[in-house]
Design a protein around this ligand. Structure first.
Ligand code: FE
Ligand code: FE
Length: 173
């Protein structure tokens, strides 16, 4: 079933172009995010937060690999395009980090807010992609995308935990 892709036999073929377009957008977004996560990790004060950003950097490399595999299951060469939303989210992250650079007790809270906005964007994108893959019966692609979606959700939860336990309480550890 996974082999059926660009031909007219698959169910919900009208979604195919949108699916590919969204795949290109999120591939671009993940690549842009790599740079952003590096910056977030070096700016974070709290050690656990730093670690969370470093771990998510590694996971993001995995997300890129998985997206490449998704393109392969469709018989396509992986191609990303610039994601304007991610560009904006990362610009805002930089802005807010600059604004609070002299207030270490609130800087991490600002970084977490910025990072969670990124995660929520990714969760929305992967959520839609999983749905499209399921509707078109691209089973292999669906599994790959669902694995990444779960990691994005875990990261979001981890950031909330760090915020609640320490970063937003002003403890610099
Ligand atoms: Fe990701
Ligand atoms: Fe992410």
């Amino acid at each position: 079933m996974a082999a059926r892709n660009t031909n007219g036999n698959m169910p919900n073929a009208h979604l195919h172009e949108l699916f590919v377009d969204e795949l290109k957008d999120i591939l671009g977004a993940e690549r842009q995010l790599l740079k952003g996560l590096k910056k977030l990790a070096t700016t974070a004060q709290n050690q656990k937060l730093q670690q969370a950003f470093e771990t998510h950097y590694e996971q993001t490399e995995g997300h890129i690999d998985r997206l490449k595999s998704v393109f392969s299951t469709l018989g396509m060469t992986p191609r990303g395009k610039k994601c304007k939303a991610m560009e904006g989210l990362l610009k805002e992250a930089e802005e807010i980090a600059d604004e609070f650079e002299d207030s270490p007790e609130v800087l991490d809270a600002a970084l977490i807010a910025a990072a969670q906005k990124v995660e929520h964007y990714e969760i929305a994108s992967y959520g839609c992609l999983v749905t499209y893959a399921r509707l078109m019966e691209h089973t292999e692609a669906e599994e790959l995308l669902a694995t990444t979606l779960a990691e994005e959700k875990d990261t979001d939860v981890l950031l909330t935990t760090i915020a609640m336990k320490e970063a937003n309480t002003g403890q610099v550890a």
